[in-house]
Design a protein around this ligand. Sequence first.
Ligand code: NIG
Ligand code: FE
Length: 412
Amino acid sequence: MSSLLIKNIKTLAQTRDHIDAPLRGKEMAELPTIDNAFFLIENGKISDFGEMKDCPTNADETIDASGKMVFPCWCDSHTHLVFAATREGEFVDRIKGLTYQEIAQRGGGILNSARRLRDTPEEVLLEDAYARLQEVIRQGTGAIEIKSGYGLTLESELKMLRVIRQLKGMTDATIKATFLGAHALPPEFKENRNGYIDLIINEMIPRIADEGLADYCDVFCEKVAFTPQETERIIETGLKYGLRPKIHTNQFNCMGGIQAAIRHNALSVDHLEVVNEEEIAALQAAPNTIATLLPSAPFFLNDHYPPVRKLMDADIPIALATDYNPGSSPSGKMSFVVSLACVKMRMIPEEAINAATLNGAFAIDCQQDMGSITRGKSANFFITKKISSLAQLPYSFGSNLVEQVFIQGKKV
Ligand code: NIG
Ligand code: FE
């Protein structure tokens, strides 16, 4: 039995008893906190917390957090952090005027990453991905979803998913794996779209499920990628093999991706930079589906941001994630995403923090163990530097205010 006591905490944030549904509507603006708090961790789990007047007197180790705040770790529910190479050439091409879609149509973008990944040995991918993972954990991320999707052949998709499986064994942070074979149409199937979809359905998904390599199934439903009909074929097969859908959709076009995802009980629909009234109504009628917004993608692509207020007014639960990937968001820094959500989407800090912690946990099904300061959950949390208020976290967007990170009660 080992115990860690954190005392004199200026504010302990996101303190909750059991909560069984993602936050929506007005709930998003309520972030429960305790001022002048203590926080007790036993054997890697949250065992107690409350006001200092009720603070226990001894523990194996004590930290004085005077002037500092404590938050549950970020839950980053959408990333592509296994990749072979950065793509700053495309970044410069966009500055000079090309769009993300034009670059994709010329065989760059995801296909560029896929060519690089095919030639990169598994050990190298693992080493690089592990370094990125450690970096984001030090920035306060305690649970993360990672997608395949730069393989686009059976062997390379398996290679990516095996890297993710190895990462799971190398960290105490929670990792969920998503199969994204339908990220782009590989050039060898240019004249045979159905051939690639058949490969995904008949070979990739069964093999991946057989090896237990994925938790979820994703499709990029977009004009430069796959249609809603193709998306449905793939996610139907995923569901048959126990992989619940989490879908990339509405990044650039409204084309029925949200409706296709909802019909198959998607856990989340991600991006949503463009959404029409019909799609908002469809989401409103699908309370089990979370809208995951990725504001660092439109930031980096210099595009427009999702209509978050409309979505929240329709009682749709919102999660925030980084989309960490080499093309549209080469950053896994959740605190920057929270700042962008506040500045560019006009979320108040409480809404953004709820979306980046508890609702993020729901978006990867780890709400039983993550996302809030709740007795019995894993002690994944961070202590800030001395700060004057909760709003300083998104306000000081260029500073690193995360001082110490703990995963399962252990200091990182
Ligand atoms: O979420 N849009 C599709 N997939 C990623 C980008 C992948 C890439 O450009 O490498 C995204 O933005
Ligand atoms: Fe993505």
